[in-house]
Design a protein around this ligand. Structure first.
Ligand SMILES: [Zn+2]
Length: 361
């Protein structure tokens, strides 16, 4: 039995040209198909991308496959059809075999320094084991490695880089030789220059970025995923740490105070920004629209943020950026123009993944 041909009508972003878009055998065509079922009219947006997500992770570590599936479905129903996983202790490779779940690019497990990250999240190693761990996680992932660039040091009582500069440089060189791109969790400033000097491909959070580091990112095409919903929580971390680690608390407080200026300086300088909900662990799944709104509330233009969560992120991760003739039918339909009102992103009227829709799931 062949699946029925579906027709969607409306402005197709990013161009906004009004078109009749048909879905045939999981792909997009603009050639008229007689006898097509009209599925929906509205604003048609290439599938959203969550550029910083964690499938299979909750507070306390890995979750079972049923919970991972629930997370992935929540993201899909939010219009997120491509996920870049930024580290998970669960083996989520099976998600690749599921046509009804978002496309997934995995980074293997977080690579952290011994006892210097959230417990049961990642692999924890000393510097001499870093390169071997990178080799192992590159083999386990889908072309990305996730380093924890900085974290609190209980000895220093403050945020400090996880690894010495030469270890970071060897790790990134090894990943690149294996064809993997590298990203790192960085809240503070000092971890950033060694990572950027070693040729890192992306920075997560990036609240400590300074002017010269921003310039370096622009020059080398290094992306930034600011995770504004996550950095909103710094005051909670400050409150929890104040008594035992006052220096750390004041560092985090200062980073929280300057985070909007840092983000806007990165944008103004021309750093490529992408949108990451940081779902999993301490946040929820299915909330990319909230991160989009939070980034816009920082002062970024709506059309820029939507592109960062859709067509530009898709291109960055090696997918079809838009919805050209013959492209895979991964898109979301909204009842109004999301560029004019980003709040419509909370309620897609239709989600189409690999040409299939809710009624097929
Ligand atoms: Zn994260």
């Amino acid at each position: 039995m062949t699946t029925p041909v579906l027709r969607f009508s409306g402005p197709v972003l990013p161009d906004g040209d009004v078109r009749d878009l048909y879905v045939v055998d999981g792909r997009v065509t603009y050639e008229h198909q007689s006898g097509a079922d009209t599925a929906a009219e509205g604003w048609i947006v290439p599938g959203l991308v969550d550029a910083h997500n964690h499938l299979g992770l909750e507070d306390g570590g890995a979750v079972d496959d049923a919970e991972t599936e629930r997370q992935a479905v929540a993201d899909r129903d939010n219009g997120v059809l491509l996920l870049r996983d930024c580290g998970s202790p669960a083996d989520t490779r099976w998600v690749h075999d599921r046509d009804d779940l978002p496309r997934l690019i995995r980074a293997g497990r977080h690579i952290a320094r011994t006892r210097r990250y959230l417990r049961d999240y990642g692999v924890e190693v000393e510097p001499e084991a870093l390169v071997d761990t990178v080799v192992q996680e590159a083999a386990a992932g889908d072309g990305w490695i996730k380093l924890v660039g900085d974290w609190i040091s209980r000895e220093a009582g403050d945020l400090t880089p996880s690894f010495p500069d030469d270890a970071v440089s060897a790790a990134i060189g090894t990943a690149h030789a294996l064809g993997a791109r590298v990203t790192a969790h960085c809240f503070g400033s000092t971890s950033l220059s060694p990572l950027l000097d070693a040729g890192i491909d992306c920075i997560e959070h990036g609240t400590g970025l300074q002017e010269q580091q921003i310039e370096q990112m622009v020059a080398n095409g290094v992306a930034l995923v600011p995770t504004v919903l996550q950095t909103d929580k710094f005051p909670e971390y400050v409150a929890a740490a104040r008594e035992k680690f006052p220096a750390y608390a004041s560092t985090m407080e200062a980073l929280h105070r300057s985070r909007r200026d840092v983000l806007m300086a990165a944008y103004d300088a021309g750093v490529d920004l992408y949108v990451g909900s940081d779902g999993g662990g301490s946040t929820r799944h299915g909330c990319l629209h909230e991160e989009i709104l939070a980034m816009a509330a920082m002062g970024l233009p709506a059309d820029y943020v939507l592109g960062a969560a859709s067509w530009r992120a898709r291109a960055w991760l090696g997918w079809n950026p838009g919805l050209a003739e013959g492209d895979p039918a991964d898109f979301v339909v909204y009842p109004a123009n999301p560029v004019e009102d980003l709040t419509v992103l909370a309620q897609p009227s239709y989600v189409v993944l690999r040409g299939r829709t809710r009624r097929d799931w």
